[in-house]
Design a protein around this ligand. Structure first.
Ligand code: GLN
Length: 539
């Protein structure tokens, strides 16, 4: 079995330059040439995974099929490559140390002092090679989180240096992403920060093969030469990454700059065919030529940081393109919603989505949003906590169960219509203990969910502790809110819908985690379609 080739993507000058998008775009191009590619992220923080982090700290927590709570970049990897990632695709410093310390306690290093080099670096390398050794991939792209020069990044860079030395330069490649700041006063791009960051990388024993330079303006050819000269790379390996209208343009921009060709050349891989990106271009064509426009309210409590809802935003882009519709998101802070201001907030919207979340803060606002959507026949989509809100609202206002609640918010409610799952009752640890990952779900024949998916058996990804309380199911169904998706083994209610409403769907899972450019999620596609219909009828 031929071994995989390893590409490392590092970043310098500042964080947030978009290493995830560059890695995904390169992965897409290589995949389009017939190579099988996976992308992995190393995160230099001490948390074992981002599951325990506040969304304000780290944006959305992305969940894989195998139940790993991961960095949001994994969402980009899946959306671009259209293949699922796993726990092995996201490794933090915390997990590396945890593994090494566990082995130490088991006696694996008896007699030895356990050190960053070689024990931590060996564990980093092992995690990198693991993906390559599955035999499933020709190319493993590993994104190193953070910035060159960060204290935390050092063991990862040292592991990269060692892997290059051990495997050789034809088997490994380093792409360094930097920034060329533009000085408005002198109207010029500056290369010095890039030079410094390459120097910093070389202090760690790594010389990059390719530089991808983020820039607001085209890089003149003499500047490319200058960067090449000072940074020890071929001039054709200075790749311009100009600000794009959408992240989905980046694969095409990278193709134009021949990033994929340079990579294949350096790794001594055959060019095979020209990349087949026709379906990608078809998507972009639809995305950029909308024939309609809708505004959808996204109600949540982390709206100050749209990254907290990254996959939802991207799902709307995919579903919008599919409908040739521009979807504008109106960010609505659930804490600022109340009965008085509701018309003001929702006066212009064509649909309302109530987002996932945790805890009491902003809960009442979400209930008010659901009520407004239900009573005014505005398309409604509730995701996870959003679905639970729909259930509580229905219990209070339709079933007239006074103070019905989720026990997450009110432990003493007489009508706990959302309750802690049985499997969660003995859980005391916080990290990695929710109901996580993909679970099967059977759809009720003839339901809206059934017609949207076009099948009966689905699997979707979860991340929650609370669930619909089945003791109340008959009462709900009699009044018109039906359970249209049920877990075949546990009988947990995974989807609810209201029959006499243009689109009122709540899902306990996270459909946004499975929407990709090539496979927009059907629930989002239909929700946008319902918003378009609502908007037309309004006029
Ligand atoms: N807080 C709710 C639960 O744990 C919903 C979680 C979510 O929205 N991801 O069940």
């Amino acid at each position: 079995m031929p071994s995989a080739k390893y590409i490392f993507v590092t970043g310098g000058v500042t964080s947030s330059l978009g290493k995830g998008i560059i890695s995904s775009s390169l992965g897409k191009l290589l995949q389009s040439r017939g190579y099988s590619v996976t992308i992995q992220k190393f995160d230099p923080y001490i948390n074992i995974d981002p599951g325990t982090l506040n969304p304000y700290e780290h944006g959305e927590c992305y969940v894989t099929d195998d139940g790993a709570e991961t960095d949001l970049d994994l969402g980009h990897y899946e959306r671009f490559l259209n293949i699922p990632t796993t726990q092995a695709n996201n490794i933090t410093t915390g997990r590396i140390y945890h593994n090494v310390i566990t082995k130490e306690r088991q006696g694996a290093f008896l007699g030895k002092t356990v050190q960053v080099v070689p024990h931590i670096t060996d564990e980093i390398k092992r995690n990198c090679l693991l993906l390559g050794q599955t035999g499933k991939y020709d190319i493993v792209i590993t994104e190193i989180g953070g910035c060159v020069g960060d204290i935390e990044a050092l063991p990862f860079l040292e592991a990269v240096r060692q892997m290059r030395w051990e495997l050789g330069h034809n088997e490994t490649l380093v792409i360094h992403l930097t920034l060329l700041p533009y000085l408005n006063a002198s109207k010029e791009l500056k290369t010095k920060p890039t030079q410094h960051s390459v120097k910093q990388l070389s202090e760690a024993g790594i010389s990059p093969d390719i530089l991808v330079c983020r820039t607001e303006h085209p890089i003149p050819s003499d500047m490319r030469k200058k960067i090449a000269l000072f940074c020890n790379v071929n001039v054709n390996c200075v790749i311009e990454s100009i600000d794009a209208e959408t992240i989905y343009d980046v694969p095409l921009l990278m193709r134009k700059e021949k990033l994929d060709e340079r990579v294949l050349g350096k790794l001594k891989l055959a060019h095979k065919t020209e990349p087949d990106i026709s379906s990608w271009k078809y998507f972009l064509g639809k995305l950029k030529n909308p024939t309609s426009e809708v505004t959808i309210a996204l109600v949540g409590k982390y709206v100050e940081l749209p990254d907290a809802y990254k996959s939802i935003v991207e799902s709307f882009i995919h579903a919008g393109a599919m409908n040739e519709c521009k979807v504008n998101i109106l960010w609505v802070h659930s804490e600022k919603l109340d009965k008085e201001s509701i018309n003001l907030h929702f006066g212009t919207v064509d649909a309302i989505l109530v987002a996932p979340g945790f805890g009491e803060r902003g809960f009442q606002g979400k209930l008010d949003a659901v009520k407004h959507a239900r009573e005014n026949n505005i398309p409604f989509f509730g995701i996870c906590l959003g679905m639970q809100c729909a259930v509580v609202e229905f219990a209070r206002n339709v079933l007239k169960l006074k103070n019905a609640a989720s026990t997450e918010m009110d432990k003493s409610s007489s009508y706990p219509v959302i309750d802690l799952m049985e499997s969660q009752k003995d859980v005391t640890q916080k990290g990695g203990t929710m109901r996580l990952g993909a679970y099967p779900c059977n759809l009720k024949k003839g339901s809206k969910a059934n017609s949207i998916y076009g099948k009966i058996k689905i699997t979707e990804r979860h991340r929650h502790r609370y669930e619909f309380n089945n003791k109340f199911l008959t009462q709900f169904e009699k009044a018109g809110m039906i359970a249209s998706g049920i877990n075949p083994e546990t009988k947990l209610v995974e989807i609810i819908e209201i029959k006499n409403h243009p689109y009122f769907v709540g899902v306990q899972f996270h459909p946004e985690l499975k929407s990709t450019v090539l496979n927009p999620h059907p629930l989002f596609v239909e929700f946008v379609k319902a918003a378009i219909t609502y908007s037309k009828n309004k006029k």
